[in-house]
Design a protein around this ligand. Structure first.
Ligand code: ADP
Length: 481
């Protein structure tokens, strides 16, 4: 029997993306299709979705948390898409979650409660012509859908529900004064409902209400049971641990494959690694970096504390002194952007920095740089190390979350066994990261060993095959319960 799943999220590649969440939400329908799962994705109607202009209206809400809204039907990569068209909430210039100045939209609670309410309506018979076995909500922006399903469902059969945590650092906490506008019964403002630290916690509410909780790697699923990673929700994770599953993200081969990637000057496979030299020269030219003997490192990242970028910024003089070079693409904290631009100014020809967001450039960097630095303090799954592995761009990562689950350190045993795929260091400090950079530079000096690392990574299977199967099994178990 085909299971029908509604995936509710605030972003999905290729329509709207600010990070890994979009890649995963965009890939899931294709990953689940081979397992007899028909997935429909529900997204907010941001201006970027305006391309769906002629989409068919399938439902209208005269009053969805105080605003008028319509449901439009479209397609995303050949799979069904529903768009919550609510101009009062989503038709605005700026970011998905914040204005141009980086300040969170003050009505984010209403924007994403409305998305969640629409998802719950769809998954409990309140929208004619739509029925789903499972509602799968991603992150705090969608998590309230499971709370609505449990606390205030529609008139029809109620779907089973899953919340996936892509990053515990973003929890969607709002002042208690919003509760009155959520349309929930008064008794829901309790610890077992949506109350959290005296206010309303969207992620917390979803985790409490969902039939299952997943997060995006087994190691992170374990880490979030401790305060440092659970960030206040560790007690809830521990209490529900029997229902918490860690399923690592896959990569979408239609988007990330160096043999077919149209963004690359030279396409290549594990057998034609030498062609990467063309890509490296292109990156050097683009970033104003001189040719050299040492490795060309890259960073493709949000420039934030989570990503360990403050520690890296302090080590750049050392990286250059040891013969390394760096091409960085990222944006984020103003102080970190300034620190990286300052390093580029100090080291012309050795460090190039591009502040911004550029999807095609991120592909060129993976296809041309020698190694990618990912010194995250925590990393639920991480995708850039997976893209690095697939592209022969050796990942240098901290041993945390999904990084620990997907990269095999080039220690002597792993090198001897021929299984190493990268460099893994202990919790990020100037010492551990400095040592890891030194190890990378030394290994790069041994071309055959380095090429083995590259080939091992390229051969590793990070497709959605196994993870798609695990989500499908979880859906089936919930539907049968
Ligand atoms: P997170 O979601 O925490 O930012 P992930 O590693 O899971 O981290 O996913 C990041 C995604 O965003 C990857 O697809 C990566 O290539 C992309 N990315 C990050 N920064 C940039 C940037 N400045 N330009 C283009 N792509 C970027």
């Amino acid at each position: 029997m085909t299971l029908s799943v509604l995936s509710v999220a605030s972003e999905a590649y290729p329509l709207v993306k600010t990070g890994g969440l979009a890649d995963v939400v965009g890939a899931l329908p294709g990953a689940l299709a081979p397992h007899d799962v028909a997935m429909t994705t529900l997204l907010p109607g941001y201006p970027a979705l305006g391309k769906l202009g002629r989409a068919k209206v399938v439902h209208r809400w005269p009053d969805l948390l105080g605003v008028e809204a319509r449901l439009l039907r479209g397609e995303i990569a050949g799979h069904p898409l529903l768009v919550l068209d609510a101009p009062d909430l989503f038709a605005r210039d700026g970011g998905l979650y914040a204005d141009r100045g980086g300040k969170d939209w003050p009505d984010n609670w209403r924007r994403f409660a409305a998305l969640a309410r629409a998802g719950a309506d769809l998954a409990s018979g309140a929208v004619r012509g739509h029925a789903f076995d499972i509602l799968h909500a991603h992150d705090w922006q969608a998590a309230m859908a499971t709370a609505y399903l449990r606390l205030a469902p529609g008139p029809g059969p109620v779907a089973r529900s899953i919340v996936t945590i892509h990053n515990m650092a973003f929890q969607g906490w709002f002042d208690a004064s919003i509760f009155a506008y959520l349309g929930l019964p008064p008794h829901s403002f309790t610890l077992e409902g949506v109350e959290y630290f005296g206010g309303v916690g969207f992620l917390k509410a979803g985790m409490e209400a969902a039939d299952a909780i997943t997060t995006v790697s087994p190691t992170y699923a374990h880490e979030i049971r401790s305060p440092a990673f659970g960030m206040g929700l560790e007690g809830l994770v521990a209490a529900r641990h029997g229902r918490v599953h860690g399923i690592v993200n896959g990569i979408d081969p239609a988007v990330w494959n160096p043999a077919t990637d149209a963004a690359l000057p030279a396409r290549f496979t594990a057998r034609t690694l030498a062609r990467r030299a063309t890509n490296r020269r292109a990156v050097e030219a683009e970033f104003g970096i001189d040719a050299g003997d040492g490795p060309l490192f890259t960073v493709i990242s949000r420039l934030t504390w989570q990503k360990g970028m403050d520690v890296l910024a302090e080590l750049l003089d050392v990286l250059v002194a040891r013969g390394g070079r760096l091409a960085l693409l990222g944006s984020g904290d103003a102080a970190l952007e300034a620190a990286f631009l300052g390093a580029a100014a100090r080291h012309p020809g050795r460090i190039g920095v591009r502040i911004g967001y550029d999807e095609a450039l991120s592909h060129r960097l993976q296809g041309g740089a020698d190694a990618i630095l990912i010194p995250s303090r925590f990393e639920p799954c991480g995708l850039t190390q997976l893209y690095g592995l697939a592209y022969g761009c050796v990942p240098v990562v901290a041993r945390t979350g999904g990084l620990a689950d997907t990269v095999i350190d080039a220690n002597d045993a792993a090198l001897a066994a021929g299984v190493a795929t990268g460099i893994v260091h202990d919790a990020t400090t100037a010492d551990t990261l400095g040592d890891a950079i030194a190890r990378a530079i030394a290994l790069f000096d041994r071309p055959e060993t380095w090429a083995t690392l590259q080939r091992n990574g390229m051969k590793a299977d990070f497709s959605w095959g196994e993870s798609g199967r695990r989500y499908a099994a979880l859906y089936a178990a919930l539907a049968a319960a």
